[in-house]
Design a binder for this molecule. Structure first.
Ligand code: NAD
Ligand code: DAU
Length: 349
């Protein structure tokens, strides 16, 4: 089987690539990535010389190049993760999100359709998406696969657009697709602009911890390796044309999660209790900040036998350890020309 993984140099993609290269020696894994600021081949150093692994540097927005690569390699499975993924960036620069997330996705759909030519046996286009397409919940309720789409940010609107296109190709062209919508991932190799790695990095460097609004927004946190196991199951035994929600059943108010992280960091850095929490700084809220995401993942647990694995506090501590042991990785990935939301809003040049 030839398996194309797009966005494999990013956070979740690199975990997916490593899992497939290690577990499926009889598959050939192609990692196609543009290597934006969020993609780092350093994430895959441990598998780069494996005989069943090939890296392709390419941009999914380039339609002809996608067709050419599909013709050349004749992929059987596509696991599509490449995307612009950070909500704050979509607020300051929506166009990149439309190009990569919508145009890029339709280019891949067209290329798959062209080489598969109506064949569906052992062919699959797996689109990895987000729970943010469902919008925002109040204090109660859970997103199910039947929840109405109601995206609120340019990021989630672009992911919703790509989901609709993937479903349209199933209904219109019988393309063998499957979609999953997952909650917030955390773990090693996450670019330090997302909440958990950003705050770990800032605590280490005694920089402010910018909490948007009052920190009352709620997110459901899932360990990235649990997401990867779900992707493996859905790719192999999920039903064609179906959608599966993936979530950790692990809701945290941002401020509670941040305080927990500060406690762990005080312990790891041998600081006095409360020292890291003193860095908490409440700042202007994110525009259109969704209040709460929460997932009902019972379709996945009941139909495919998936369960999230370890208790959150234990894995969060392991995640902290990884960042503390990989300061060189942190330095390298942040050495490019980028500024966090906080730095863009609150520091002068
Ligand atoms: P990421 O930003 O860490 O990685 C994205 C990868 O895509 C990078 O390697 C980047 O170089 C690549 N890429 C971007 N534009 C490209 C282009 N035009 N052509 C080729 N490659 C390109 O993202 P992530 O957090 O790993 O998310 C991966 C996928 O999972 C995304 O589709 C995202 O919407 C989805 N998702 C993420 C989360 C989460 O919590 N991070 C949750 C649910 C779903
Ligand atoms: O729900 C899945 C989504 O989770 C994915 O589709 C996205 O790709 C991923 O980025 C993530 O989106 P969020 O916006 O929820 O993640 P982020 O880490 O940016 O923020 C988590 C919460 O923390 C959110 O409520 C905003 C808040 N926050 C974030 C940052 C970066 C802060 O208060 N301060 C910050 O500096």
């Amino acid at each position: 089987m030839k398996v194309l993984i797009t966005g494999g140099a990013g956070f979740i993609g690199s975990h997916v690539v490593r899992h497939f290269v290690n577990k499926y020696a009889d598959y050939h894994i192609f990692n196609l990535d543009k290597l934006t600021y969020a993609g780092n081949l350093e994430n895959l150093k441990d598998v780069e010389n494996r005989p069943n692994y090939t890296f392709i540097k390419a941009d999914i927005v380039e339609e002809k190049e996608m067709l050419r690569l599909f013709e050349q390699h004749r992929f059987d499975y596509v696991i599509h993760l490449a995307a612009e993924s950070h909500v704050d960036r979509s607020i300051s620069n929506p166009n990149d999100f439309v190009f990569t997330n919508i145009v890029g996705t339709v280019n891949l759909l067209n290329a798959a359709r062209s080489i598969w030519n109506g064949e569906t046996e052992r062919k699959r286009f797996y689109h990895v998406s987000t729970d943010e397409v469902y919008g925002s919940l109040d204090e109660t309720g859970l997103f199910t696969e039947d929840s109405r789409y109601d995206p609120r940010s340019p990021y989630s609107a672009s992911k919703a657009g790509s989901d609709h296109l993937v479903r349209a190709y199933f209904h219109t062209f019988n393309l063998p697709v499957v979609i999953s919508n997952c909650s917030n991932n955390y773990g090693s190799h996450q670019f330090p602009e997302k909440l958990i790695p950003l705050f770990i990095n800032n605590i280490v460097n005694n920089k402010p911890l910018p909490v948007y609004g009052k920190g009352e927004n709620v997110r459901d946190w899932l360990w990235v390796e649990d997401h990867v196991r779900a992707i493996d199951l859905i790719l192999h035994i999920g039903k064609t044309g179906e959608t599966y929600n993936i979530g950790g059943n692990n809701e945290w108010k941002n401020i509670d999660l941040i305080r927990l992280l500060c406690t762990i960091m005080d312990k790891k850095l041998h600081r006095e209790t409360g020292e890291s929490a003193r860095l908490i700084t409440f700042i202007k809220d994110r525009a259109g900040h969704d209040l709460r995401y929460a997932i009902n993942a019972s379709k996945l647990t009941q139909e495919l036998g998936w369960q999230p694995s370890l208790p959150f506090e234990t894995v969060l501590e392991k995640t902290v350890d990884w960042y503390l042991e990989n300061t060189e990785w942190l330095r390298n990935v942040t050495s490019g020309d980028y500024k966090t939301y906080y730095e863009r809003q609150y520091t002068t040049k």
